[in-house]
Write a protein that binds this ligand. Sequence first.
Ligand SMILES: NC(=O)c1ccc[n+]([C@@H]2O[C@H](COP(=O)([O-])OP(=O)(O)OC[C@H]3O[C@@H](n4cnc5c(N)ncnc54)[C@H](OP(=O)(O)O)[C@@H]3O)[C@@H](O)[C@H]2O)c1
Length: 330
Amino acid sequence: MKYRTIGTDPKTRREVSVLALGTMHFGTATDEATSFAILDRYAAAGGTFIDTSGNYAFWAGTQGGESEELLGRWRRSRGIGEEIVIATKVGARPLAPGTSFVGNAEGLSATVIRESAARSRDRLGVPRLDLLYAHIEDPKVPLAQTVEAFAALVAEGSVGLLGVSNHWAWRVEQARALAAAAGLPGYEVLQYQHSYLRPRTDLPGSLSPDGRQGLLGGDLLSYLRAHRQLTMVGYSPLLKGGYTRQDKLAAPEFAEYAHPGTPARLAALREVAKDAGATVNQVVLAWLIGGDIPIIPLAGASTVTQLDESLAAVDLELTAEQRTMLDAAW
Ligand SMILES: NC(=O)c1ccc[n+]([C@@H]2O[C@H](COP(=O)([O-])OP(=O)(O)OC[C@H]3O[C@@H](n4cnc5c(N)ncnc54)[C@H](OP(=O)(O)O)[C@@H]3O)[C@@H](O)[C@H]2O)c1
């Protein structure tokens, strides 16, 4: 395994593996025995960066919490302590079971942030959340209230690092600037959907007519280039299995990838995979990890075999020629 540091403050920064593990289906679609086997394998391979959320998996008909609860049981049964960083999120819990967060999310008020963080700590069985993300934007709450509420949790020691997901770049900068001006800790880890295939960014999203805030685009990439101390975590790097299963790529949730650039990109990927003696998924993960702006891929797995394939990508070093071929394809 390889490692990198997230965060800058010596009191809260952490060393994490360059491959993160997503657990959004653990405890619901992925049963407990399988989830534990995947977690055990990840930890045995040196993986130390696990991702969950207080609202996983609300789509199973609840308000979420199953993933965190399972992680809490796994931590306790394995005696896991500080060595593994578990990141969780607040803000996108639906207000009632059986509903979605669209127009109906708990949001990012001071009260919600405090209560939701406390629930996450209880479920995970930890005194302090290692990393807490704002999951989605809450345009109804003044940004200063959100910034101050997160900072208060850091000050009292119940949260370590702060992160942000699915926010427009300008809102991230605004929140960070507010925090900096007030001498408060701000978001240091960003989590956005990112993979090798380029998505269209002109399609309306479910939360904004201007597009989907969750896609990593030029605004955020340039922000990261200018702020190298920030960390980008890329979710759904394997496009939920879409690189090897075309039916998945054809699903409506991946409409952003249905454009003429995709076949050229897929062809380059296959050629590099053949040249490198690796799988297409591994080339995608290695491309993200070793890029000019390094990304921590946040991959999911529903079997140990899938995880093993992803873990092997950490040791795959793409050559300059292979990387050029991948970058140039469009
Ligand atoms: N911040 C956010 O809003 C946000 C949004 C989405 C996800 N996330 C986080 O990101 C994590 C990962 O998301 P994701 O599940 O969409 O990521 P992903 O890595 O793109 O997809 C994982 C899925 O891909 C398939 N897969 C994995 N390895 C494979 C292999 N070797 N061969 C074929 N198929 C393979 C499996 O699907 P099957 O199980 O169908 O086989 C697996 O469940 C989540 O658990 C969550 O923690 C965050």
